[in-house]
Design a protein around this ligand. Structure first.
Ligand SMILES: NC(=O)c1ccc[n+]([C@@H]2O[C@H](COP(=O)([O-])OP(=O)(O)OC[C@H]3O[C@@H](n4cnc5c(N)ncnc54)[C@H](OP(=O)(O)O)[C@@H]3O)[C@@H](O)[C@H]2O)c1
Length: 328
């Protein structure tokens, strides 16, 4: 069977994404070969395409997918040929009909979860898992606590709204349109702010009666950084986990004292899923949230793999809400 993958030879615009024929080959020790039923689309793919993150070239992009395991290499015991599976994983290479990849981050997909849902939720859902369960202020988060979550109508964001509701948190959402704000509220945010038309830091102070929030989860980056710091309660946590609007400039450490002895972290999913054991434990938590119906995965758009450049344009133009998948 002839296989195809989306390759970039140079980092740059969406026009760099080229669908080419590839020879997938056989899995080596610790690897599997998976045939994709669906591949995920994530903002990290944009950073890897445009050069925000350096990549050895040529490269096949894509960090998330779901499909059927075709072959397993020596030493792989948690998967076998014929298993339904899904993953979020390094290295990139998911924009493909099939691929060979390390097995450690590939999990068996429960029968109740479709391939499309699997491909739409692994990277984004595992991210929300480590943010809301493990990226916490001193003393943790209790039911009723306020958190601020930017870009809350996006792929990661809509999962976070629902998961926060399940935990009893008051999630203050920001989003770039009134329609997106409505979507965040429908998915469990208790308050929503259109940060293109309103001063979100002032609104957060109003909503919290001047106290501020215990955590800001900020994936927007440079555009929201300063305002986010101003939303924190004393000893609050700034979790900067992305930079869709551009990188945050270097921070003068004295700022953290001036803002109220605050904490700053810049986490990445890939530290959290560095081992099979941690990935499995986080995955089970995610699968349980989805199987129970507490978190629904919204697939806003489906694109043919060949139309991946359009998918990138739409993602960068803030046109997509929830998740999108690529169909090989
Ligand atoms: N560190 C980690 O472990 C980790 C893991 C997964 C994802 N992330 C990050 O989380 C964020 C969300 O990822 P996602 O894949 O679910 O994407 P997404 O949220 O569906 O899309 C990004 C959203 O960011 C907002 N945005 C604000 N300013 C923007 C700008 N100048 N250009 C483009 N978008 C802008 C837009 O929403 P509005 O129109 O509502 O502003 C846009 O829809 C990304 O920054 C990603 O890198 C980090």
């Amino acid at each position: 069977m002839s296989d195809k993958a989306v390759v970039i030879k140079a980092q740059g615009g969406p026009e760099q994404l080229q669908l080419v024929e590839v020879d997938v080959g056989q899995p080596g020790p610790g690897e599997i070969r998976i045939r994709h039923a669906a591949c995920g689309l994530n903002f990290i793919d944009v950073y890897q395409r445009n050069g925000t993150y350096a990549l050895p070239l040529p490269a096949t992009l894509g960090m998330e997918g779901a499909g059927v395991v075709e072959a397993v290499g020596e030493g792989v015991t948690h998967l076998k040929p014929g298993d339904r599976a899904a993953y979020a994983s390094q290295p990139p290479g998911a924009y493909a009909t099939a691929r060979v990849m390390p097995a450690k981050c590939v999990l068996k997909l429960p029968d109740a979860i479709s391939f499309e849902t699997g491909a739409a939720m692994m990277l984004k859902g595992l991210t929300v898992q480590y943010l809301l369960r493990k990226t916490l202020p001193q003393g943790g988060l209790q039911s009723g606590d306020f958190v601020l979550f930017h870009a809350a109508a996006g792929g990661v964001g809509l999962i976070a709204c629902q998961w926060a509701r399940a935990l009893g948190l008051q999630l203050i959402a920001t989003a770039g349109s009134d329609e997106k704000c409505r979507l965040a509220l429908e998915n469990g945010a208790t308050h929503a702010i259109n940060y293109r038309t309103e001063d979100f830091a002032a609104r957060v102070k109003d909503i919290t009666s001047g106290r501020g929030v215990k955590v800001v989860y900020d994936s927007v980056g440079v555009d929201t950084w300063e305002g986010s710091l101003n939303c924190l309660a004393p000893f609050g946590l700034m979790a900067s986990f992305g930079s869709a609007s551009g990188a945050v400039p270097p921070v003068a450490i004295g700022t953290l004292a001036a803002k109220g002895s605050i904490y700053v972290t810049r986490p990445t999913l890939f530290t959290h899923i560095a081992t099979h054991e941690s990935t499995q434990a986080m995955g089970e938590d995610l699968f349980a949230m989805v199987a129970s119906g507490q978190v629904k995965i919204h697939i806003d758009r489906r694109y043919a793999l060949a139309d991946v450049a359009q998918a990138h344009r739409d993602l960068e133009a803030r046109q997509i809400t929830g998740s999108a998948v690529l169909l090989p």
